[in-house]
Every structure is written in structure tokens, then in C-alpha cells.
Design a protein around this ligand. Structure first.
Ligand code: CAA
Length: 380
């Protein structure tokens, strides 16, 4: 067993770390406080191949592996969690399924611009009454000649306000549950497709989280991804990868919590000593550090399995569960180490605390990850 990164992965990490320190971190506070979508940063990330890290160069991507992808999300999240989830959704929830399940024409038309950062994607599975129960899709798709007509509402869709295309899930028959679901590429501006609400959120404020409405929205049949009735499996396989992205995001947030805790604890003096000399602080730092390292190893392992073409449903769920709960604990401890300063907006601890929380919710709550893990242990 080797715990070393390959030379390519190592160089990739250095490149992303350098970019994140110079271009992403300086904007993080403003992105959060003003709720700004970091458009210019995302364009630069496209130029560096970060919007399609594991997509082959033939389709506009960086041609890296999934460990490189996890490393990249982690490094960007360490600087700015908002920026990292914009990247993660585009890479693993949109580009990845188009690469795996799309037709050649769909790849030429949509995947290449997505992976090279010329287009942005969003993934619309969740609905007002189908969140954790993804097979309970209420949005319908009715075949009509050379098109499908979509009707329904989608909820909490990250990137949707800025996205050029949305991968939308809808059912041809609600009674069929998972077996009726289909996946469609819907372009921005398609008549009948509107964004009806942009949510106000606790964290990741640089991203949009939208409600989408489809009213007699005609989508060309050529934009069906995979076959009729195979959309649920496409969604689940996509989330197996997406959860690696969110795990990596959580590792990056936890690492940032460690970074700021180390620097604050060594600078801040109380009782005539740096607070780092007190055991109470040392134990909090040790807990953040060892849990972050464990989360990183679980995340890289899931990515490594994906690179080997091995089913990684359970391992992705474990990585996402542990990393997201680690990020929340780490950010809570970092805020505590900062005392009163942790609670005010001039210091980043409160941003990490708010940004970490959603990693326990989106792309499957911690409860769903536990369900997936238990089902794999008990039923397979
Ligand atoms: N890969 C491939 N196939 C899979 C699969 C996977 N990971 N998981 C399930 N399947 C297949 C099953 O094998 C089964 O196939 P057969 O019918 O041929 O036997 C079929 O799919 C149905 O599976 P289940 O019976 O297990 O499905 P279920 O209804 O019990 O649901 C669930 C399982 C795990 C709870 C699932 O609904 C789930 O993951 N829910 C959470 C959804 C989620 O994560 N939503 C987040 C939305 S994305 C987001 O947050 C957007 C954003 O913008 C960031």
C-alpha cells in the first residue's frame, strides 16, 4: 500500500494550492459577505482545467485522475468553500455523468464547453417533496413527437442562476418510482423553464441555490441522457462521485480550520503566554488535525477506487459522512479557540463554521450516508 501522491498528483496540488492562495483566498471574505458569485475566478479555473479535472483533454478537461480532482476541490475549499462547490457541481454532478452516459453529440455540444469552463452546469434532482427520497420524483416528462415536455418544480439547485445547462431529472410515470426517472439536458432560456426563487442561505453565500419551475417545457429528445427509465441509476452513480467532491470540500474547510487555529493560538497571548501553550487549546488542535487527516484518507481512497473503475458507493458515503461531520467539528473548535473574535465577521472562523454545516446536508444528508453504508453492509 502506498500513501504517496504520484508526481503528477503532487505537481497538480502545488499548482492548485498556489492558485488558491493568490487568486481565491484574497476574495473569500468579500464573496461571503456580499454574496458575490466569483465569476472571474471561475473563468480562470476553467483555463487551468479545474472545471473538468478528470475529463479527458479530448473533451476539454485536464485529463487528470479523480485523486487529482479531490485534491483540487480540497485546495480551493481551503481558500473559499463557495468557489469549491461551484467547481464540484460542474465537475462531478454535470461533466462526469455526461462523460459516462452522454452521446457523442451531447459530449461535443455540452461536455467540452463545461469541462473547459466556457459553460457552467447545475444538477436538478431535489424537489419540494423529493429530497432524500430521490425516487419520489414529481416532475413529469411526457413524450411528444421529437421532444419531452417537462412539468414540475426543483428545489435547492446549486449554480442554477449562473448555469448555461441544467441536468434535470423527471419521471415518465410517478408510479414507477426509480424505474420511471429520466435525465435531460435543459438549456438556459428554454421556453417554459424559469428560476422562481434564489434562496438566502446560512453559508456558501457566493453560490446560488435556486428553485426552478418547468411549465410545458419542451426539451429535444436528443437531450435525453441515457435511456428512458435509467435516470435514477444515473443520478445515484453521479452522487457516488459527487460525494467525493463534497468530502473533499469538507476536508478543505477542516484544513482551513486547522490553519487558522494554529496561527491564532501561537499569536494570541493570555495569562502572559501564547494560548497554544495551554493543554485545553492543544487538545482542540490535535482533534482538528487527526480528524482532518482521517477524513482526507477516506476521501482519497474513494477517489482512488473510482480511478480503478471499482464501485465506490459505500466508500464515497463513508468519506462524505466523516469529512462533513469533521468539518463541522473542526470549524466549531476553531471558532472556540478564537474566543470572542471567532464570533465576529472580521475573522474567518465564523465563515468556516457556516460553510461547513451544509456539507452535512447537500448531496445526501448524513442520515442518508449512514443508510447507504448500512444497506451495503447488510444487504450485499
Ligand atoms: N449506483 C447505481 N445504481 C444504484 C445506486 C448507485 N449508487 N444506488 C441505487 N442504485 C440502483 C439500485 O441497484 C436499484 O436498482 P434495481 O431497481 O435494478 O434493483 C435502484 O437504483 C433503486 O435503488 P434503491 O431501491 O436502493 O433506491 P431507494 O429509493 O431506496 O433510494 C437512496 C436510495 C440511497 C435513499 C437514494 O434515494 C438517495 O441517495 N437519496 C439521497 C438523494 C440525494 O443525495 N440528494 C441530493 C441532491 S443533489 C444536491 O444536493 C444538489 C446540489 O445542487 C449540490
Amino acid at each position: 500500500m502506498k500513501f504517496e501522491l504520484t508526481q503528477e498528483q503532487h505537481l497538480f496540488r502545488e499548482m492548485v494550492r498556489d492558485f488558491a492562495a493568490k487568486e481565491v483566498a484574497p476574495l473569500a471574505q468579500r464573496v461571503d459577505e456580499e454574496g458575490i458569485f466569483p465569476n472571474r475566478t471561475i473563468m480562470k479555473m476553467g483555463e487551468l482545467g479545474l472545471m473538468g479535472v478528470a475529463i479527458p483533454a479530448d473533451y476539454g478537461g485536464a485529463g487528470g485522475d479523480n485523486v487529482c480532482y479531490a485534491i483540487a476541490v480540497e485546495e480551493i475549499a481551503r481558500a473559499c468553500a463557495s468557489t469549491s462547490v461551484i467547481m464540484s457541481v460542474n465537475n462531478s454532478l454535470v461533466a462526469d455523468p455526461l462523460y459516462k452516459f452522454g452521446t457523442e453529440a451531447q459530449k461535443q455540444k455540452y461536455l467540452s464547453p463545461l469541462a473547459s469552463g466556457k459553460m457552467l452546469g447545475a444538477f436538478a434532482l431535489s424537489e419540494p417533496s423529493a429530497g432524500s427520497d430521490a425516487a419520489g420524483q414529481q416532475t413529469t416528462a411526457r413524450r411528444d413527437g421529437d421532444a419531452f415536455v417537462l412539468n414540475g418544480t426543483k428545489n435547492f439547485i446549486t449554480n442554477a442562476r449562473e448555469a448555461d445547462i441544467v441536468l434535470v431529472f423527471a419521471t415518465v410515470d410517478r408510479h414507477l418510482r426509480s424505474k420511471g426517472v429520466c435525465a435531460f439536458i435543459v438549456e438556459k432560456g428554454t421556453p417554459g423553464f424559469t428560476i422562481t426563487k434564489v434562496e438566502k442561505k446560512l453559508g456558501i453565500k457566493g453560490t446560488s441555490c435556486c428553485q426552478l419551475l418547468f411549465e410545458h417545457c419542451r426539451v429535444p429528445a436528443d437531450n435525453l441522457v441515457g435511456e428512458v427509465g435509467k435516470g435514477f441509476k444515473i443520478a445515484m452513480a453521479t452522487l457516488d462521485s459527487g460525494r467525493i467532491g463534497i468530502a473533499a470540500q469538507a476536508v478543505g474547510i477542516a484544513q482551513a480550520a486547522l490553519d487558522i487555529s494554529l496561527s491564532y493560538a501561537t499569536e494570541r497571548v493570555a495569562f502572559d503566554k501564547p494560548i497554544a501553550s495551554f493543554q485545553a487549546i492543544q487538545w482542540m488542535i490535535a482533534d482538528i488535525a487527526h480528524q482532518t487527516e482521517a477524513a482526507r484518507l477516506l476521501t482519497y481512497r474513494a477517489a482512488w477506487l473510482k480511478d480503478r473503475g471499482v464501485r465506490h458507493t459505500k466508500e464515497s458515503a463513508m468519506a462524505k459522512l466523516f469529512a462533513s461531520e469533521t468539518a463541522s467539528r473542526a470549524a466549531t473548535k476553531a471558532l472556540q479557540i478564537h474566543g470572542g473574535y471567532g464570533y465576529i465577521y472580521d475573522f474567518p472562523a465564523q465563515r468556516l463554521f457556516r460553510d461547513a454545516r451544509v456539507t452535512e446536508i447537500y448531496e445526501g444528508t448524513s442520515e442518508i450516508q449512514r443508510l447507504v453504508i448500512a444497506q451495503h453492509l447488510l444487504l450485499s
